[in-house]
Design a protein around this ligand. Structure first.
Ligand code: FES
Length: 103
């Protein structure tokens, strides 16, 4: 099965790179959580914001649902780069992405 690379910057600035199998049944939060990061408290239904990340790539900015926007609006550190990564399905488009965790 095809793999993709995900770059993660943890809350302390430490950088990690993980390779994950491209399983379209998974979302980005599940892959990062399964790599050992403490996110995903609500199980991926956009209700906890533990998976809040900054993503620099502009192509991900305007893909938020109303549900995701509503949750992000409640965060003090929400900005244009913010995403709830449980709302991002795994796809080849994510290959090489860099996310900054905000939990
Ligand atoms: S895992 Fe709870 S909002 Fe994403």
């Amino acid at each position: 099965m095809e793999k993709i690379a995900i770059n993660i910057i943890d809350v302390d600035g430490e950088k990690y790179a993980i390779d994950c199998v491209l399983d379209p049944a998974l979302n980005l939060m599940e892959v990062v959580r399964d790599a050992g990061f403490p996110i995903g408290n609500c199980g991926g239904i956009a209700l906890c914001a533990s998976c809040h990340c900054y993503i620099e790539e502009e192509r991900f900015f305007n893909l938020k649902s109303d549900l995701e926007e509503d949750m992000l609006d409640q965060l003090h550190d929400y900005n244009d780069n913010s995403r709830l990564i449980c709302q991002i399905p795994l796809s080849e488009k994510l290959n090489g992405i860099t996310i900054t965790l905000k939990y």
